[in-house]
Design a binder for this molecule. Structure first.
Ligand code: AMP
Length: 114
């Protein structure tokens, strides 16, 4: 699923709105519509890959750039401390099949210790 069928392609292209925190030529960070922590930002590449494994195989430099953006967002919003989660596969809770890292931070992190 990509292009017109993919909600995160629509958000990164600007076709549908989101609360954007930071964007570059290759990556958009925006707030999750149903936050599960004080800070819950999705780090999403503009390139469509179904999950983090596919992205790492196809374009590892882009994954590294996503990590750098997560660090900048966390520096600005939660003292640089955060959890970064990639749900991978429906049984692991993935519901949008365009790779995205959940940046979770703030005073109340869900799920306790990993
Ligand atoms: P996952 O279940 O890991 O695939 O995560 C998908 C995330 O996307 C969920 O946490 C949703 O709340 C979030 N989400 C879905 N639609 C939107 C949207 N239009 N804007 C922001 N976040 C969204």
């Amino acid at each position: 699923m990509s292009g017109n069928d993919c909600i995160f392609c629509a958000i990164t292209s600007g076709a549908i709105p989101a609360e954007i925190v930071e964007s570059t030529d290759t990556i958009v960070a925006f707030r999750d519509i149903a936050p599960k922590a004080d800070v819950h930002v999705l780090i999403v590449p503009r390139e469509h890959h179904a999950n983090v494994v596919d992205l790492a195989a196809a374009n590892p430099a882009l994954l590294a750039d996503m990590a750098a953006m997560a660090g900048r967002v966390a520096d600005a919003q939660c003292n640089g401390e955060f959890r970064w989660v990639f749900n991978t596969g429906p049984r692991a809770g993935q519901s949008v099949f365009h790779v995205h890292g959940h940046l979770l931070g703030g005073s109340e992190l869900p799920w306790g210790d990993a």
